[in-house]
Design a protein. Structure first.
Length: 204
């Protein structure tokens, strides 16, 4: 878990979250990340709503701005990609113990979800991704991404992770010359993480 703090943005309504993403995207163009991140935190009362201190909330929003900005810069190239992967964090599984019936294949490396729980986020996103023509990987960490992207020669990728990991992934995408789109986790942690399905649908 790259951040030293836990955040939870799931208390935001869908419309408030959309405005937050849109504003972050517009701010990204200005490059004045830190000044505007502080304003955004205040405007959305993010520190109070999430229980984060101001510095943590600003870090979170700065990363959100950077990811949104990268998404818009890479969008056109990404849309032309025909061979796409969707990388889902394993911590979004509804169970992290034996109750999860997924098989782990260390060769890929990825969990293969066996759809044991209808309302499990990983189950839902797996079905959605496959419907949209993606190869879906449920990965135990960001370090697995490079092997997957290289082995299958993908030319487009959507990743779901916390803002910090998505930022680190930008260097990898640059190195591999692959356009990507990032969906930031709305709740981070080692288990029970969450992301916004509507935000994902818009990017796929
Ligand atoms: S639906 Fe898939 S990921 Fe979720 S608990 Fe079951 S096997 Fe694991």
């Amino acid at each position: 878990m790259p951040y030293g703090f836990i955040y939870d943005l799931t208390k935001f309504s869908q419309s408030a979250f959309n405005i937050l993403l849109q504003t972050a995207c517009e701010i990204g163009v200005t490059k004045l990340f830190s000044i505007n991140a502080k304003r955004l935190v205040k405007f959305f009362n993010l520190d109070q709503l999430t229980g984060l201190n101001l510095a943590e909330a600003v870090t979170l929003v700065e990363d959100l701005i950077e990811v949104q900005n990268a998404n818009s810069l890479q969008r056109k190239r990404f849309e032309k990609a025909e061979n796409r992967a969707l990388l889902v964090p394993h911590c979004a599984r509804s169970h992290m113990d034996r109750q999860c019936m997924a098989d782990f294949n260390p060769e890929i490396p990825s969990y293969n979800c066996n759809s044991c729980q209808e309302d499990c986020l990983v189950n839902k996103v797996g079905k959605l991704g496959k419907e949209k023509g993606y190869d879906v990987y449920v990965i135990p960490g960001g370090s697995c991404a490079e092997k997957i992207l290289r082995d299958k020669k993908y030319n487009g990728v959507v990743g779901i992770a916390c803002g910090h990991e998505l930022k680190m992934a930008l260097d990898l995408l640059k190195k591999l010359d692959i356009p990507g789109q990032g969906v930031i986790l709305t709740r981070n942690g080692c288990a029970n993480t969450n992301f916004n399905m509507e935000s994902l649908k818009r990017l796929l």
